[in-house]
Design a protein. Structure first.
Length: 261
């Protein structure tokens, strides 16, 4: 009997199938990560920055525009992987019956789900590469360390994609995705040190924010975008490795129950 990690390389066929579909409509997917940083930087950066100016972050004075730029990339990584493996995967599974068709081939259920999660991480990489190019035009990314944001997008995209696939395995209909979006994604978007330092929050809220994945991703993105390294980065990476292992296994278990019932 297979375990969640007993896989063959056939899962790349699922990834290849999704890439082929993506290439048919690439111009639609290309626009959001191209324009999104402009909107964020214009609204929060240039608009709010005129009021905020410089903020204190970890004992340093940081221009507000430089503070939020890595957070925008972190949000992008989270959103692309999570929404690809929730709404998009659910559509392929439930409405298009793509999963059922693939299970009629030599592909196993584990290979289908793994290919889906890797594709979600790939979407994060594609969007991050586009967004990184745009933000770099404003001189807000330090190189060569900024290039490490691309493999980081894949690694953390796997974790967020696994979380998304777990929810896909438990929701009964597509409208119920509003619950994890409202109760999980939105709080992270607001309170993970994205648009203001977490030390401005009450102590209990700071502790709660430390449990949220986006908090750790924002820290990683800021360190790489600013070219500042310390041993705490290893702890952040370990956090995501554990998160990935837990939710990858949970996603496999829930999807196995759903697809093989």
């Amino acid at each position: 009997m297979r375990t969640p990690f007993d896989l063959s390389w056939l899962f790349w066929r699922v990834w290849q199938r999704n890439l082929t579909v993506y290439r048919e409509n690439w111009h639609v997917s290309f626009v959001p990560p191209l324009l999104e940083p402009f909107f964020y930087l214009l609204a929060f950066g240039f608009g709010l920055s005129a009021l905020v100016g410089v903020i204190r972050y970890e004992g340093n004075a940081v221009p507000y525009l430089q503070f939020i730029a890595p957070a925008i990339i972190a949000i992008n990584i989270m959103n692309n992987a999570f929404f690809e493996n929730t709404y998009a995967s659910f559509v392929r599974m439930y409405y298009q019956k793509t999963f059922a068709a693939m299970m009629a081939t030599p592909l196993s259920m584990e290979e289908i789900i793994t290919g889906e999660i890797i594709w979600g991480a790939t979407k994060s990489v594609i969007a991050t590469t586009i967004m990184l190019t745009v933000i770099s035009l404003f001189g807000l990314i330090s190189y060569p360390s900024g290039l490490l944001l691309i493999p980081l997008a894949f690694f953390c995209g796997l974790a967020f994609g696994s979380i998304g696939m777990f929810f896909t395995g438990i929701v009964k209909n597509i409208e119920l995705f509003n619950l994890p979006v409202f109760l999980f994604i939105t709080p992270m978007f607001l309170f993970s040190g994205t648009f203001f330092p977490m030390d401005t929050l009450p102590r209990w809220a700071q502790l709660l924010a430390l449990a949220l994945p986006l908090t750790h991703l924002v820290r990683l993105c800021r360190s790489l975008a600013w070219g500042s390294y310390d041993l705490s980065l290893l702890g952040e990476c370990l956090y995501f490795l554990i998160l990935l292992m837990i939710f990858f296994s949970l996603a496999m278990a829930r999807m196995r129950r759903r697809l093989l019932k």
